[in-house]
Write a protein that binds this ligand. Structure first.
Ligand SMILES: Cc1cc2nc3c(=O)[nH]c(=O)nc-3n(C[C@H](O)[C@H](O)[C@H](O)COP(=O)(O)O)c2cc1C
Length: 352
């Protein structure tokens, strides 16, 4: 083991997705390069979504999966333990590395090609073989279930539920504030912070591009909502979901931190397999996280209208999918063929 190899593994690791690209992680590498400790940085995501760090643990699960794939590909065996030390709650994974025979992994190259695509997709049917491979991608993970929905009527029904995800962002000051705080409006901001969401990745059409900067002011949003802004945003999400080739849902047995890390691994495997097949994906995770928070706290502390909206959504999602009441929905996705690829989002340098 040497620094170069570890750096190669960590370069793959940090290509993992995270909520609004907050990158809530830190690494500690042992001097002999045989151990990587992965820490959570709770201060990176103080959003309402990140209840008990659930969103960050999904990101850590995706990052762990990248490490396992990259290490195996390069001939390094990884033994790992999740949350190994009760006295260090932010230590998410301890990984011990040893030399092994390289096992080329077909998902490896997709680690660097995977992106979130928020633009509309072309409604093209995927083949049964493609669906089978998407399902297969998470079969190696315990306690994970996946639903892939590709029938038009079911996609339409589900799209009506998922649209709540985007609508809420423009009806809740806290959710809106967190998103807009993470938008990077120009290349200088992108280069300076190396985190957050470049505005070009938001999937805006030319008209939306003109008005969107105004939406960063909550007062403007509140007034525009009187004329139906949040509903229009919801309708756009509905339309995009409706035109997906597949809507997917990943759920995990249990509802603790282990379940979310495991869910994150599954999210990443599905996403890498889709990327391998030339498919584009957009995760819709905000809504599942709010549902989780509602179930855990019962109250949600969110105002009656929105609490009821989320409760209705939860019931409809269970009705429309094969998810059981005892599982935790980790993520939904729209999957399809994109007309254009989005630009790559930056990551903080390993040295930082
Ligand atoms: C826990 C989590 C929640 C996310 N929620 C959403 C979401 O609701 N909508 C969305 O468009 N992207 C969502 N994303 C995608 C991130 O914004 C994206 O991964 C990040 O900006 C980095 O960009 P990349 O995926 O192109 O590398 C989520 C990602 C994670 C890990």
């Amino acid at each position: 083991m040497n620094k170069e190899l570890i750096n190669k593994i960590l370069e793959a690791a940090i290509r993992a997705p995270s909520g609004d690209n907050v990158q809530p992680w830190r690494f500690q590498v042992s001097e002999d390069f045989t151990r990587i400790d992965l820490y959570n940085l709770p201060e990176k995501d103080d959003s309402y979504y990140n209840f008990e760090q659930a969103a960050s643990y999904i990101a850590h699960g995706a990052l762990l999966e990248n490490i396992l794939i990259a290490a195996g590909h390069m001939g390094i065996a990884v033994r790992y333990q999740l949350f190994p030390d009760d006295l260090e709650p932010d230590l998410v994974v301890r990984m011990d590395l040893t030399g092994a025979l390289p096992q080329p992994d077909p998902l490896y190259h997709s680690i660097f090609n995977r992106r979130t695509n928020r633009f509309p997709f072309r409604r093209v049917d995927v083949t049964e073989q493609s669906l089978e491979k998407l399902k297969e991608s998470v079969k190696c993970l315990d306690n994970i279930s996946i639903s892939l929905i590709n029938q038009k009527d079911k996609i339409n029904a589900l799209a009506k539920i998922l649209m709540v995800n985007d609508r809420l962002v423009f009806e809740r000051k806290d959710l809106h504030g967190f998103l807009f705080d993470k938008i990077r409006w120009n290349m200088e901001q992108v280069d300076e912070t190396r985190d957050g969401l470049p505005v070009e990745t938001l999937g805006l059409n030319p008209i939306e591009k003109v008005f969107f900067p105004l939406m960063r002011f909550w007062r403007v949003v509140k007034i525009a909502n009187l004329f139906g802004l949040s509903r229009i945003i919801g309708l756009k999400c509905w339309w995009n979901c409706r035109n997906a080739s597949v809507l997917a849902m990943i759920s995990s047995a249990g509802n603790d931190k282990f379940a979310f890390v495991q869910g994150g691994r599954a999210v990443q495997r599905l996403w890498l397999e889709a990327t391998n097949q030339g498919l584009e994906m957009q995760p819709i995770i905000g809504l599942p996280l709010l549902i989780h928070r509602l179930i855990q706290t019962k109250v949600l502390n969110f105002g009656d209208k929105h609490r009821q909206m989320i409760e209705r959504t939860r019931i409809s999602l269970i009705d429309q999918s094969s998810i059981s009441e005892t599982e935790t929905l980790i993520s939904s996705f729209r999957i399809g063929y994109g007309s254009a690829r989005t630009i790559e989002t930056k990551r903080r340098n390993l040295d930082s």
